[in-house]
Design a protein around this ligand. Structure first.
Ligand SMILES: Nc1ncnc2c1ncn2[C@@H]1O[C@H](COP(=O)(O)OP(=O)(O)OP(=O)(O)O)[C@@H](O)[C@H]1O
Ligand SMILES: Nc1ncnc2c1ncn2[C@@H]1O[C@H](COP(=O)(O)OP(=O)(O)OP(=O)(O)O)[C@@H](O)[C@H]1O
Ligand SMILES: [Mg+2]
Ligand SMILES: [Mg+2]
Lengths: 165, 165, 165, 165
C-alpha cells in the first residue's frame, strides 16, 4: 500500500478539514454533480507539486482557496497533506511514513513541507523522482481526458512512452 | 537511451494487445513506430480492430470504443512500468454495461501492484471498489465526505460492532 | 438586423433563466453582451450560480454542471426559436441520477413543439421515450435495428395482438 | 410530427436496408458501444446536405459507404432517405409528404433527390431554409459536443444567436 490518506483544509470546496483514508486495492468516490469529486483529484495533483494551473482548472494561485458560498465567508489559506506508507522503503527516506504538505495563501505564496519541515518545491520533485513516481502524467487521468491519451498525433504519443521508459 | 525506449515500447505494445483482448472481449490492436529508422523522433501509430470489424485508425472508432482503447493503453503502460498509485476520474462515462464490466475486470487485475482511486457514477465500477466514499455538497457550497463502505479488513470490526449494538 | 438580434437575445436570456431553474432545481444564470455599445460585434458572457454556490464563470464549474448549463441554453434556444426536430447524442453522459431526471423533465416539456431523437445509455432517459429502438452489431460489423417499445398509439394494437396470441 | 422515417442502405455500418420510424414526441436509441447509434446521427446530418466531412467523422466522401467487415464485402454506394410529414404545410411544396434522398458513390460523386426527382444540393439547402430548419447547428448535437456550446469564447457564442435570430 502506498498512499495512506489525503487531508484537505480550505482547498476548493473542502472548506472544513476533511480526511480521506486510502486503503489498498481500489477506492471508489461517488457523489452528485458539482459535489467536489474532481476537486479531490486536483488536490492530489497539487500536493505533489503540480505547477500547471490549467491542470487543476485554475487561472491563479488563489483559485484553490475556498472562495466562500451562500452564508459562508472565503478562507485565507488552502492546505493539502498526503501521507505515504513507506514500510517497504520505496521512498529513500528513513521514515516508515512520509507526509508531503502544500499550502497556498491569498498573497499567491506557496509553501511545501516534508514530514513537517519546510522544504522547497525542488525537494518535493526530487523525492518523487527518487521514489519512482516522477512527473508521470498517467498517475492522474482527469475528467474527460481519456481521449487525450489517444487523440494526439503520432509524434505527441511518443512523449507518453519517454516518460515511462 | 535508445535501447530503453525500444524495450519499453515492445513491452507496452504486447501488454496493449493483451488488455485490448480482455477489454473488447476479442479483436486485436497494433502499435508501431511510424519511422523505425529514426527511433529518436519517430511517432507512434495505433490501429484497432474491434471484434467483427476491420482494422481501422482510431478516428473511425465510436466514442465508447475510443475510451476502451485508451483504457487498454493506460493499463498496458501501468503494467509495463508500474506507478505506486493511479487516480481515474470518470473514465467509464462513455461505456455501456458489458464494457464497464470488462474494464473493471482489467482494472482489478492491476490493483495488486498499483493502488487505484476511481471517481465514477457507474454502479458496476462502485461494485468492484474495496472502499467507497460519498461526497456531498451542503447548502453553503462546502463538500462533505462520508464513508459508504469500509475496506474488507475494517469491515469485520464494524460489522461486529453493529451486530453488538 | 440589430433589432431582431436583440429580441432573440432577450427571449433566449429569459428562457435560459427559466430552464436553468428547472434543471438545477434553483440557483440563477446571467447572460449578457460583453459590449452592449456595439451589438454587431459584441460577444456573449455567461455567469452561473448553482444552488448554494457563488456566481461564477463557466470554467469553474464541474463537468456535469457544464453539461447542465449547456442543456439549459440549448432548451432556451429551442423554446425561443423552435426547430422541427432535434437529435441529442449522449448529452446526459456526465449527469448524476437526480440531474438526469430534471434534464428529462425539461426535455419532455419541449416535446410538444419539437420532435426529439435521443441517443443514450441512461435508464432514466430511456424511460421518458415514447418509442425506443435498440441498435446491435452483428459478427460481420453490420448494424441491426430492433424496436424495443412502440409509441403509445401503436402499443394498444400490438398489446392486443400479443394478448390474443 | 415533422420527421416520419429515416431509411439507410449502405451508409456506414447500416449495410442492409434499415428503416427507422420516427413517431412524434421523444424517440430513444440505445445499444452497445460501436453498434452504430452515432452513425444514425451522421446519417441525419448527411441527408440534409451536410458538407463538412469532419462533422460526420469522415475524411473523404467514400468513408460513408459500408467498407466491409469480417466475411462481408464492401459496398459501392451509400443511400439515405428522410421522409418528412408535410400535412401541416410547413414545407412550401404541394405534397403531404416530402422525401429527401442523398447517395454517394466510390467515385466521390454525390446525388440528391426530392420526392424521387434528381435535384442539386442548392435545392435541398433552399428547401431547408424556406421550411425554417436552415443551417441550424442546434438541431443535431453530436456526441461529446455539449461542452462545445459553452466553451467557445464570448465572441464565438454570438454565432449561435445569429443563427437563431
Ligand atoms: N476555490 C473554490 N472555492 C469554492 N468552490 C470552488 C472553488 N473551486 C471550485 N469550486 C467549486 O467546485 C465545484 C466543482 O467541483 P468538482 O469539479 O469537484 O465536481 P464533481 O463532483 O467532480 O462533479 P461532476 O460529477 O459534475 O464531475 C464547482 O461548482 C465550483 O464552483
Ligand atoms: N463506412 C463504414 N463502414 C463500416 N463501418 C464503419 C464505417 N464508418 C464507421 N464504421 C464503424 O462504425 C463504428 C462506430 O459506430 P458509432 O460511432 O455509431 O457507435 P455508437 O453506437 O455511437 O457507439 P458509442 O456508444 O461508443 O458512442 C466504428 O466501429 C466504425 O468502425
Ligand atoms: Mg468531476
Ligand atoms: Mg456514439
Amino acid at each position: 500500500m502506498n498512499l495512506r490518506k489525503l487531508e484537505l483544509s480550505g482547498f476548493k470546496t473542502f472548506a472544513r478539514r476533511t480526511e480521506v483514508l486510502l486503503p489498498g486495492g481500489v477506492t471508489g468516490i461517488v457523489g452528485p454533480n458539482g459535489s467536489g469529486k474532481s476537486n479531490l483529484s486536483d488536490a492530489l495533483r497539487w500536493v505533489l507539486g503540480e505547477q500547471s494551473l490549467q491542470h487543476i482548472r485554475s487561472k491563479k494561485t488563489e483559485d484553490v482557496i475556498y472562495a466562500g458560498g451562500a452564508n459562508r465567508a472565503p478562507l485565507g489559506m488552502a492546505e493539502v497533506t498526503i501521507t505515504l506508507d513507506n514500510t517497504s522503503g520505496w521512498i529513500p527516506l528513513d521514515f516508515s511514513e512520509v507526509t508531503i504538505t502544500r499550502r497556498a495563501y491569498r498573497s499567491g505564496d506557496n509553501e511545501y513541507f516534508i514530514n513537517g519541515s519546510r522544504v522547497r518545491l525542488r525537494d518535493v520533485i526530487d523525492l518523487r523522482n527518487r521514489a519512482g513516481f516522477g512527473q508521470s502524467s498517467y498517475s492522474v487521468i482527469g475528467q474527460g481526458l481519456v481521449d487525450a491519451v489517444l487523440s494526439q498525433r503520432p509524434e505527441e504519443r511518443r512523449a507518453l512512452f519517454e516518460e515511462a521508459a | 537511451t535508445k535501447k530503453q525506449f525500444l524495450d519499453t515500447f515492445e513491452t507496452v505494445a504486447s501488454e496493449f494487445e493483451r488488455f485490448f483482448g480482455i477489454i473488447f472481449g476479442g479483436g486485436q490492436v497494433q502499435m508501431f513506430l511510424t519511422d523505425p529508422e529514426s527511433i529518436n523522433t519517430s511517432g507512434i501509430e495505433i490501429l484497432a480492430q474491434p471484434p467483427g470489424k476491420r482494422l481501422q485508425s482510431l478516428s473511425a472508432l465510436s466514442g465508447g470504443e475510443r475510451a476502451l482503447v485508451a483504457g487498454a493503453l493506460l493499463f498496458a503502460i501501468l503494467s509495463a512500468k508500474p506507478v505506486p498509485f493511479c487516480l481515474l476520474d470518470e473514465v467509464d462515462a462513455a461505456l455501456d454495461e458489458a464494457n464497464v464490466k470488462r474494464f473493471c475486470q482489467a482494472l482489478k487485475s492491476l490493483a495488486q501492484q498499483t493502488q487505484f482511486v476511481v471517481i465514477t457514477h457507474n454502479r458496476e465500477t462502485m461494485a468492484i471498489a474495496d472502499a467507497l466514499y460519498g461526497v456531498s455538497m451542503g447548502q453553503d457550497g462546502v463538500s462533505k465526505l462520508v464513508s459508504l463502505r469500509l475496506p474488507r479488513e475494517d469491515r469485520s470490526d464494524s460489522a461486529e460492532a453493529s451486530a453488538q449494538a
